[in-house]
Design a protein around this ligand. Structure first.
Ligand code: 4AD
Ligand code: MG
Length: 463
């Protein structure tokens, strides 16, 4: 008989049919005449209750082997449940054990565990309600992202993971090499001789697919990337990962306003997609971790984002009377505390800040007439701070060349990129959404290590 997923049994409730379910036992309660098993197969946060009568053939032997964490198959009749809290349950006719889980050593016993402890067993934490919910939401958001762009006629473009150019120009890159680290070839001047390296040049893991994405937008009009990105920044915070996933749309003929409109529509679409697909998981997370999760999601869905310039934001921050840990003034980069003050206390809604000082932003952003600011935009969210960073791009060849020189970037690494401006250049814009920052917002989890299956952070690449 074909195995049924538990989610479909709750949905369709085919009472009085024989079914087979397979999954992992969450709890076992034994009495003299029968046992109750709670079974979860990951298809839903809900467990199916299995009632095994002591009269079942081979009962003693099989029940002895089953404990929390064991993997089993159960065959039996689906019946309306007597107990409250569930609509259907399974009356077992036979049980088969695929894998036992020694109760002496299996770390996930019935009591709740701290998120810190669960991070140490990241390979098993997906078997908890919390991480089942997070993984399902992560899956739904990935699918929703593709759906949003595909419905709009954007093309999904794959950009390289190994690259020679630093998109953000911040130098926070992991090197990729096959050189013998015990015997590194050097040039006469003492610099590393990458000519004998695998790619015959110095390469890195990408920090962003944007520059490659731009080449595609300047032919296909509307594109997006969705892939892993890597940053060797030593930020040990609850919002930074060394390996994270980023979604980067890039659109020909969009100005900064169009860009901001798309970002707002995109985020709202994803939140509403989470409600459509993961209602039970959201309710669980709302109950267990963050009682304001659902109301916060609804609020963001139903209210326009506040848009203002960086300069206007600095005025607010310097006159509000609040003492910040990091001083703030025109020209400084905003810290998370400043971003969150604007969003959580001043405006009390998501904010899109535009037109940042050019000296704190990347080389590719379009210069404004004032000579001081660029067409940058950051989308700031409650509880998170920056969730999206983007800009209108500098489409004028000369201005871009000048900026690369001013910032002392290696011009030869960008020559292919400059060809896009040399030939058929066009106004265009784009942004990057940090996938895990989105998931922090949608799940209400407080630490970014808890929304990616196997986090990579400074000092940690376990699993
Ligand atoms: O603001 P960032 O650095 O922008 C770019 O990389 C542009 N190339 C995007 C573009 O215009 N196509 O990064 C974009 C987003 C941030 O807003 C944040 O959500 C996320 O990526 N992000 C991180 N997420 C987790 N850990 C980190 N270390 C992150 N750094 C950036
Ligand atoms: Mg940024």
């Amino acid at each position: 008989m074909k195995r049924s997923k538990i989610k479909s049994l709750f949905q369709d409730a085919p009472i009085q049919t024989r079914v087979v379910v397979k999954g992992w036992v969450r709890t076992k309660r034994e009495s003299k005449t029968f046992s109750f098993l709670e079974l979860n197969d990951g298809s839903t946060i809900r467990n199916l209750q299995i009632v095994a009568d002591a009269g079942m053939p081979g009962y003693d032997e099989v029940i002895r082997k089953i404990s929390t964490g064991a993997c089993i198959a159960a065959t039996g009749m689906l019946v309306a449940s007597q107990g409250k809290g569930q609509s259907v349950e399974l009356q077992a006719e036979s049980l088969e054990v695929y894998g036992t889980a020694d109760p002496e050593t299996y770390p996930l016993q019935k009591k709740g565990h701290s998120l810190e402890f669960l991070r140490e067993i990241a390979h098993l934490r997906v078997r908890t309600n919390t991480f089942g919910a997070v993984y399902r939401l992560r899956n739904a958001m990935a699918y929703g992202i593709h759906q949003f762009f595909q419905e709009k006629g954007f093309y999904y473009v794959h950009t390289p993971i190994i690259t020679g150019s630093d998109t953000e120009g911040a130098g926070e890159m992991f090197s990729v090499t096959t050189l013998n680290l015990k015997n590194i070839p050097l040039q006469e001047n003492g610099a590393i001789d990458f000519a004998s390296d695998f790619f015959e040049k110095h390469t890195h893991l990408t920090v962003s697919g944007q520059l490659n994405g731009e080449t595609a937008a300047l032919a296909l009009s509307d594109i997006y990337t969705f892939g892993p990105t890597f940053r060797a920044e030593n930020s040990n915070t609850g919002r930074h990962l060394a390996e994270f996933w980023m979604i980067e749309p890039e659109m020909a003929f969009y100005d900064l306003n169009d860009n901001a409109d798309l970002a707002e529509e995109f985020l709202k679409y994803l939140i509403s997609y989470a409600f459509q697909t993961c209602q039970e998981d959201l309710e669980f997370l709302n109950k267990m971790y963050d009682n304001e999760l659902i109301s916060r999601l609804q609020f963001v869905l139903n209210n326009p984002f506040k848009r203002l310039t960086y300069t206007e934001a600095i005025d607010i921050l310097t006159t509000c009377g609040k003492k910040f840990e990091f001083p703030v003034g025109w020209g400084t980069d905003l810290q998370s505390e400043h971003e969150r003050y604007l969003v959580e206390q001043h405006f009390k809604c998501p904010v899109i800040l535009t037109d940042y000082p050019r000296d704190i932003k990347a080389f590719y952003m379009r210069a404004n007439e004032d000579g001081k600011t660029v067409r940058a935009m950051d989308v700031l969210f409650p509880g998170i701070g920056e969730i999206i960073g983007g800009s209108q791009r500098e489409e004028r060849l000369e201005a871009l060349e000048k900026r690369i020189a001013e910032m002392q970037l290696p011009a030869e690494e960008y020559s292919w990129y400059l060809d896009t401006r040399r030939y058929g250049s066009a106004p265009h814009s784009g942004f990057g959404l940090g996938f895990e920052r989105l998931l922090l917002f949608v799940t209400g989890m407080a630490n970014i290590r808890d929304v990616i299956p196997f986090p990579r952070t400074p000092g940690n690449a376990s699993f």
